[in-house]
Ligand binder design. Structure first.
Ligand SMILES: Nc1ncnc2c1ncn2[C@@H]1O[C@H](COP(=O)(O)OP(=O)(O)OP(=O)(O)O)[C@@H](O)[C@H]1O
Ligand SMILES: [Mg+2]
Length: 372
């Protein structure tokens, strides 16, 4: 049975499927003029999950979030939340709230008025609004700042105000559009954990948009990798990183050595593949294999040295063309024949002199992922 996560064969379903059906998008299409920006998106998000839409700039992430929030009308498809069609409802009746990339705080309103905006819109009583604004500001760590103006806050504080303004309406689904992208690296990392902890504490379903793969891997229960208006893969962070289904997913999530290779033999559960002059035996993937496959080998799975380590079953001779010291690792670019390999040497320490010239690359075939 095909599930709504999958746009292709059900044979490639990830091992663990979430229980489906809380936020369901079926066949969502959005065109701007001749351009199809969202191209038949199917998503099925479980209640209480932290789901990240990850994809390159321009792939349609913001557009999809705006469609769910009710700011854009789709050209096709349906949206259900908690068993109810919501795509015909106005934004404030959908049970969703959105945190915008640029925060979109109202500059002419105090922090307190910004946060209370949704409650005023819903006609809540003044005293109730005041109490809940104070409580929500305290919750996001901004107690006492209700009378400040947005331009008197740091970027991180503005981000929390935007979050408080969305949370106060107690949404069933919180939509977050790259909320951390304006923050410095340290604050961004801290806010990742804070957001994740907040989501778990409130048990709200989060749909989080980013093009930062580290952010997606660190925070999510599930990642939907988006490309060209479509969902290319749905899976846990481990699945999308270790078993990318397409070359674009492999390339987008981390660095990948993608090598075309010839299939020598298919024998039920295993395939034998020729890579240069090595024959590798590997478990056959779920989908049928043609005569040519693509091998995906992550840079950290490869050892670089002068001689091959004992345990490696594949070793390849190459030449270092350049290297970069990145603190916790050295990244090498190594030429083998006409192909360039990317290899990471972790924890080089202070004394390591980077390899130059002729080297040996070695890896265990178990670390090779096959894209059929
Ligand atoms: N209102 C609009 N009118 C016309 N084209 C639009 C409109 N909004 C977005 N687009 C186009 O739709 C495509 C997808 O845009 P979208 O903002 O959804 O991308 P994104 O994945 O959020 O990218 P980013 O990571 O850069 O924010 C882009 O090619 C964009 O130029
Ligand atoms: Mg965007």
């Amino acid at each position: 049975m095909a599930t709504p996560h999958q746009q292709t064969s059900s044979a490639t379903l990830p091992a663990a499927q979430p229980q489906a059906g809380y936020l369901r998008l079926e066949g969502i299409v959005k065109r701007f003029g001749a351009l199809t920006v969202v191209d038949g998106v199917l998503l099925d998000i479980p209640q209480g999950a932290f789901v990240t839409l990850l994809g390159p700039s321009g792939c349609g992430k913001t557009t999809l979030l705006r469609i769910i929030a009710g700011f854009y009308e789709p050209d096709g498809g349906t949206i259900q939340l908690d068993g109810k069609r919501i795509d015909h409802l106005p934004s404030h009746q959908r049970g969703t709230a959105m945190v915008f990339q640029d925060y979109a705080l109202f500059p002419h309103m105090t922090v307190g008025d910004n946060v209370g905006y949704g409650l005023r819109l819903a006609g809540a009583a003044q005293a109730d609004i005041k109490r809940r604004v104070a409580g929500t500001l305290e919750f996001v760590g901004l107690a006492g700042l209700a009378d400040r103006w947005p331009n008197q806050l740091s970027g991180g504080q503005q981000q929390r105000v935007a979050l408080a303004r969305a949370l106060i309406v107690e949404p069933k689904v919180l939509l977050l559009d790259e909320p951390l992208s304006n923050l410095d690296a340290n604050l961004r990392e801290r806010m990742r954990w804070e957001l994740r902890a907040l989501q778990q504490r409130l048990n709200i379903t989060f749909l989080y948009v980013t093009h930062d793969q580290a952010e997606a891997l660190a925070m999510s229960d599930w990642i939907a990798v988006m490309s060209g208006g479509r969902i290319e893969q749905w899976g846990t962070p481990q699945e999308v990183y270790n078993r990318p289904r397409t070359p674009s997913v492999a390339n987008f999530i981390g660095a990948a050595n993608l090598r075309p290779a010839r299939v020598l033999e298919k024998n039920g559960a295993t395939v034998r593949i020729e890579l240069y002059d090595h024959a590798l035996s590997m478990p056959a993937p779920a989908t049928p294999v043609g005569d040519e496959v693509l091998l995906c080998i992550r840079p950290e799975a490869i050892k670089i040295g002068i001689a091959a380590p004992d345990r490696a079953q594949v070793s390849l001779a190459g030449t270092v063309t350049r290297s970069a010291f990145l603190g916790s690792l050295i990244r090498y670019w190594v030429q083998i024949g006409n192909e360039e390999w990317v290899v990471d040497q972790s924890d080089p320490g202070a004394e390591t002199i980077p390899y130059e010239g002729d080297v040996t690359l070695a890896f265990d075939p178990a670390r090779v992922h096959l894209i059929s």
